[in-house]
Design a protein around this ligand. Structure first.
Ligand code: AIR
Length: 202
């Protein structure tokens, strides 16, 4: 070695060994692998590419678990006398594994209760509201006035209906521009549930 020339670094002295990487060898020498003695020396695993941070995805999953039993659909009706027709909606949703809650509230007899329910529904995790009423059937429209959630109206026949429920059908279908209510056939609460399921699956 001439003066000024650096002495080549010898393996095992200053040069760090890379775990799992074969050491340089001389011709004819068998390759030697440097042993990996602890997991701590391994490089951290590269996280899988994801569109959102892992912590956010985990939080979302936790919220979904927590909300598993919360109702997704609110089934409302104007009177207890509407129950025989409206329970078909609940049956259909249950058969499809969709959680729901059923409430009796009248847009004319208890307007504040209806407004309160509609205003809080989205915050409570409800995603679709089915509302059935007979006669001057204001319930679906009033609910739609207080929430951005999709509302499906079910026109019902009742003891004093005129024209076989046409009164309720027109009350529900003839909403003013900007405040839509979906409307199924007279007494067809089951179709309202099928439509709710389709909205949830969209
Ligand atoms: N109704 C109740 N409040 C407002 C309306 N439109 C409807 C109910 C029911 C009908 O009136 O939805 O279909 C008769 O109600 P009840 O309580 O007299 O049997």
């Amino acid at each position: 070695m001439s003066p000024g020339e650096e002495e080549p670094m010898r393996r095992g002295e200053d040069q760090p060994m890379t775990p799992g990487v074969p050491e340089p060898m001389t011709p004819g020498e068998e390759p030697k692998l440097v042993p990996v003695d602890s997991a701590a020396e391994q490089p951290a695993p590269t996280p899988l590419p994801s569109s959102e941070p892992a912590s956010l995805a985990a939080t979302r999953a936790e919220i979904q678990d927590l909300d598993a039993d919360e109702p997704q659909v609110g089934i409302l009706m104007g009177s207890k006398s509407d129950l025989p027709a409206m329970e078909k909606a609940e049956t259909e949703l249950t058969e499809r594994g969709i959680s729901s809650e059923t409430r009796v509230m009248s847009a004319h007899r208890e307007p504040d209760v209806v407004a309160e329910y509609a205003k809080n529904a989205k915050l409570r995790g409800i995603r679709v509201i089915i509302a059935g009423a007979g006669l001057s059937a204001a319930l679906p429209g009033v609910v739609a006035a207080h929430t951005e959630l999709p509302v499906i109206g079910v026109p019902l026949t009742s003891r004093t209906s005129v024209a076989g429920g046409l009164d309720a059908l027109l009350s529900i279908a003839q909403m003013p521009p900007g405040v839509p209510v979906a409307c199924v056939g007279v007494d067809n609460a089951r179709n309202a549930a099928v439509l709710a399921a389709r909205i949830l699956a969209a």
